[in-house]
Design a protein around this ligand. Structure first.
Ligand code: CO
Length: 210
């Protein structure tokens, strides 16, 4: 069997499964969505957002890209963020990175990978911001893990530095921003950072919000 056909068969089985547990499962979802969370995660196939958080369809609004980046000129991410915050009014925005992230690993190297150099450049910048801390970590594995964590923390800062989040903090007192890291070896998520409306931003990134 073609491997893609397995997916279509599995879909039919999944529908049956859901319907036998709750006959109105799809009917209910067809009325709209009210997810409480926006998830910004890595595209890595080993980090399936819904599965590792035990969430069901309708609960998680999801954006994934290489290395869970919040790039302030990325209209794709910004459109997702604006919709999630302003329209869906999510209560939490979660940036979830993961150890063994290929994007972060390549950013730590000197490989010339063409187009993706431009994307990974933002992670090299994270390295530069934290070079003093990273350089004294002798074990390459530990240095890699720490850059994964610092990258998550910087992306949460990037969220806080958007006028979208600052406006919503002013108007709604939400969302809370979370930085998490998923451990591929254990399946467990570790909390790294949390920012909310009371977080003091670096002055230069603060917008006049009315
Ligand atoms: Co990754």
């Amino acid at each position: 069997m073609d491997s893609h056909k397995k997916l279509l068969l599995a879909n039919k089985a999944w529908v049956q499964d859901k319907l036998s547990a709750a006959p109105d499962f799809f009917e209910h979802l067809s009325h709209g969505q009210e997810p409480e969370y926006l998830w910004i995660g890595c595209a890595d196939s080993r980090v399936p957002a819904e599965e590792i958080t035990g969430t069901q369809p309708g609960q998680l609004f999801v954006h994934r890209n290489v290395a869970n980046m919040v790039v302030h000129t990325d209209f794709n991410m910004l459109s997702v963020l604006q919709y999630a915050v302003q329209v869906l009014k999510v209560k939490h925005v979660i940036v979830c990175g993961h150890y063994n992230c290929g994007g972060v690993q390549n950013a730590l190297s000197h490989k010339n990978l063409g187009l993706i150099n431009k994307w990974l450049r933002h992670i090299k910048d994270v390295y530069r911001f934290h070079e003093r801390e990273l350089k004294i970590i002798e074990n390459p594995r530990e240095r890699f893990d720490r850059l994964v964590e610092l990258n998550v923390i910087e992306q949460v800062r990037n969220l806080a530095d958007t006028s979208i989040v600052q406006q919503s903090w002013h108007d709604e007192g939400a969302p809370v921003l979370h930085g998490w890291v998923y451990d591929i070896h254990t399946g467990l998520i570790k909390e790294l950072v949390k920012m909310d409306k009371d977080t003091q931003l670096e002055d230069i990134y603060r917008y006049d919000i009315n």
